[in-house]
Structure formats: structure tokens, C-alpha cells
Design a protein around this ligand. Structure first.
Ligand SMILES: [Zn+2]
Length: 128
């Protein structure tokens, strides 16, 4: 992925650091193909990438190798904290998905009011 310091600065403007340590993505978002969870999206150098992927590559310095997946250890798909994203094998990723209840996308200590209105509204295009 190609990016520069300005992209990271721009990225961080969309991050709302929550008391539980999660980096809540407030920018554009879209739904995952398979699991239908919401994920942040971020435009960098004319390409739209997953926000948590950008966080890992640009901030965490972790680029995925073939066959590896990222797993949110906090189970919050809109979290982009690189420390909450663990690189796991495809098998491990699947195993964890099965172990989790469907729909358990939000950490328990996030109150509904914190996220009301923002989380499941229509995604806005990130302003340049
Ligand atoms: Zn998190």
C-alpha cells in the first residue's frame, strides 16, 4: 500500500479514541461481503481501502502475508486500533468466527447512546 505522512494525519482525523481503548472510525464505512458487518473505508492515493487495514499497514507496520487474516481482538469491526488487530491464519479466523455469536459486533462496555445515530447511519464519503 502506498501512503505518506499526510495520509496518516488525515486518517487520524476520523479516529475517535474511546475510553475502552478502541479507535472508533467516524469516516466513511461499508458493509463486509461475507459477514455484513460495518467496516471503515478510507481513500488513499485514489484507492479505497479498509480503514483497519490502513491502520495496520501505515501505523502498525504490519502487512499481511498470503493466507493471513486480521482479527479484531475487541470484536468491534469499526475499531481501527492496530493494537486490537491480531494477525491470524485463515483457519484460526474461521474458528473464532464460529465461536462468536452472530451480531456480537459491539464490545459490551460501549453504551448504545455513545453510538446512537452515528454507527449504523449511511456512510459519508470521506472529505478530502
Ligand atoms: Zn478495539
Amino acid at each position: 500500500m502506498t501512503f505518506d505522512e499526510d495520509d496518516i494525519t488525515r486518517f487520524m482525523r476520523y479516529v475517535d479514541k474511546l475510553p475502552n481503548g478502541c479507535w472508533f472510525w467516524t469516516g466513511a464505512r461499508s458493509r463486509g461481503k461475507g459477514n455484513r458487518k460495518w467496516y471503515g473505508s478510507f481513500r488513499v492515493k485514489g484507492k479505497v481501502v479498509r480503514a483497519h487495514r490502513f491502520a495496520c499497514d501505515a501505523i502498525g507496520g504490519n502487512t499481511l502475508k498470503r493466507g493471513e487474516h486480521r482479527d479484531h481482538t475487541c470484536c468491534f469491526s469499526l475499531c481501527v486500533n492496530p493494537d486490537h488487530l491480531e494477525i491470524v491464519s485463515r483457519e484460526e479466523n474461521q474458528r473464532r468466527k464460529m465461536a462468536r455469536k452472530v451480531g456480537a459486533a459491539l464490545p459490551e462496555d460501549l453504551s448504545a447512546t455513545t453510538l446512537a445515530g452515528g454507527l449504523f447511519g449511511p456512510g459519508q464519503e470521506a472529505a478530502e
